[in-house]
Design a binder for this molecule. Structure first.
Ligand code: ATP
Ligand code: MG
Length: 242
């Protein structure tokens, strides 16, 4: 289990995250929702060692990994897929993937590459193309694939559907589900609450740096008043008029 306990993050004197406690579990998607500025990105960055945790602990299968360097976290089995995908545009798809597998030795890396192509056939079709030529959705899958190349036990992802066309939103979130189904624990931040709920197992809602609701995705999607109460009307798209 990935256990985050009483995590706090601050930018100078500004406290962005305060006392956040949550878990990610192998095979499950924990969905983190929350309005703008709630502290979701700051939480993910501190969990992955990109920002210092001011207080609290991050434990990976019992081992304290709080504030280790991001590359050390990768070796321990925790990889972050950052907001905005951050693929290397001028490198090919395959080169991007191989970079993700830098912690794995040569032979295992080839096996991993084959597994990644099997999971995301579109990446295999595009393997010799520069990553910058891919669509946003394909780049997001590349960012997922690159993360999986190091065989992580846990993956965090920040706003994977951001800026994508609706059909790609579905495909990208279905890919996140596939990653969880393969046994990886997923901690996902997603603005598109409705689409996120369709693939998630557990949810936490953040507001002003703290968790204000936790429950099951099933419960939240069957009772829209729950999310409306915590996120406001804008969080849930109104059904379109016929
Ligand atoms: N580099 C920074 N310096 C100072 N304050 C920051 C910095 N980054 C974020 N903050 C502040 O920390 C708080 C949490 O921001 P954060 O980006 O973690 O929220 P978020 O939930 O990811 O929001 P969004 O939905 O807009 O992505 C906000 O009040 C924000 O203004
Ligand atoms: Mg954010």
């Amino acid at each position: 289990m990935l256990e985050i306990t009483n995590l706090s993050v601050a930018y100078g004197k500004v406290v962005a995250v305060s006392d956040v406690t949550l878990t990610a579990t192998p095979g499950r998607i924990t969905l983190m929702l929350g309005t703008n500025g709630a502290g979701k990105t700051s939480s993910l960055c501190a969990i992955a060692g990109v920002l210092p945790a001011r207080k609290g602990t991050v434990r990976l299968d019992g081992q304290d990994i709080t504030n280790l360097a991001p590359h050390t976290m990768v070796r321990k089995g925790l990889v972050m897929v950052p907001e905005g995908r951050k693929v290397f545009n001028s490198m090919t798809v395959e080169e991007n993937l191989l970079l993700g597998g830098y912690v794995v030795d040569g032979k295992a890396r080839k096996t991993k590459l084959a597994e990644t192509y099997e999971m995301f056939p579109i990446l295999s079709d595009r393997r010799l193309l520069a990553a910058g030529l891919l669509s946003g959705g394909e780049q997001q899958m590349l960012a997922f694939g690159r993360a999986l190349m190091s065989s992580p036990s846990y993956v965090t992802m920040d706003e994977p559907s951001m800026g994508l066309a609706p059909v790609m939103v579905e495909q990208v979130l279905a890919s996140a589900r596939k990653i969880a189904d393969s046994g990886t624990g997923v901690l996902m931040v997603e603005q598109n609450a409705e689409a996120g709920l369709e693939v998630a197992d557990d949810i936490v809602v953040m507001s002003r740096g703290t968790i204000i609701y936790r429950g099951s995705a099933l419960e939240a999607s069957s009772d829209s008043s729950i999310l409306r109460a915590f996120l406001g009307d804008i969080a849930l798209a109104e059904p379109t008029q016929p």
